[in-house]
Design a protein around this ligand. Structure first.
Ligand code: THU
Length: 135
């Protein structure tokens, strides 16, 4: 069982808020996570004049993990510009589910929770596999 240095992850997430590109919302977000091989990956939000094209901090984080060699997310935290814990948006919970699954630890304002508490009855790869196996 990997031990999680939550203070270091939170500090990294807060650091990443300073890199955010958020000229439209003025709401910088930073995210950091521990990968199962011990790497720490991170991301910040990157907005766009086409507002809907905005990339959440979690998108950058997942890209950092995949481009850096892949793996599974073990522990995740997200921060606003004040360094406060921030819950990932609905779309990003789906993104995190794909790469961390039910056991991923999520740092919430209400304490550390598992991904299946944060996204109950999630749709995911197992749903696709289930139908594929029957066909
Ligand atoms: N945002 C994130 O980066 N992650 C989230 O989980 C919540 C929202 C960003 C998107 C947008 O740039 C800004 O926060 C305001 O919604």
């Amino acid at each position: 069982m990997t031990t999680v240095d939550w203070d270091a992850l939170r500090a990294r997430a807060r650091e990443l808020t300073a890199r955010a590109y958020a000229p439209y919302s003025h709401f910088p977000v930073g995210a950091a996570a521990l990968v199962d091989d011990g790497r720490v990956v991170a991301g910040c939000n990157v907005e766009n004049a086409g507002y809907g094209v905005t990339l959440c901090a979690e998108c950058g984080l997942v890209s950092d993990m995949v481009a850096g060699g892949g793996g599974r997310l073990v522990a995740f935290t997200c921060a606003n510009a004040l360094g406060e814990r921030l819950m990932p948006c609905g779309r990003c919970r789906q993104l995190l589910w794909e790469h961390g699954g039910a056991a991923l630890l999520v740092d919430t304002p209400a304490g550390i929770m598992t991904m299946d508490q944060v996204l109950p009855q999630a749709f995911g790869p197992a749903d696709l596999d289930h139908v594929r196996e029957d066909n």
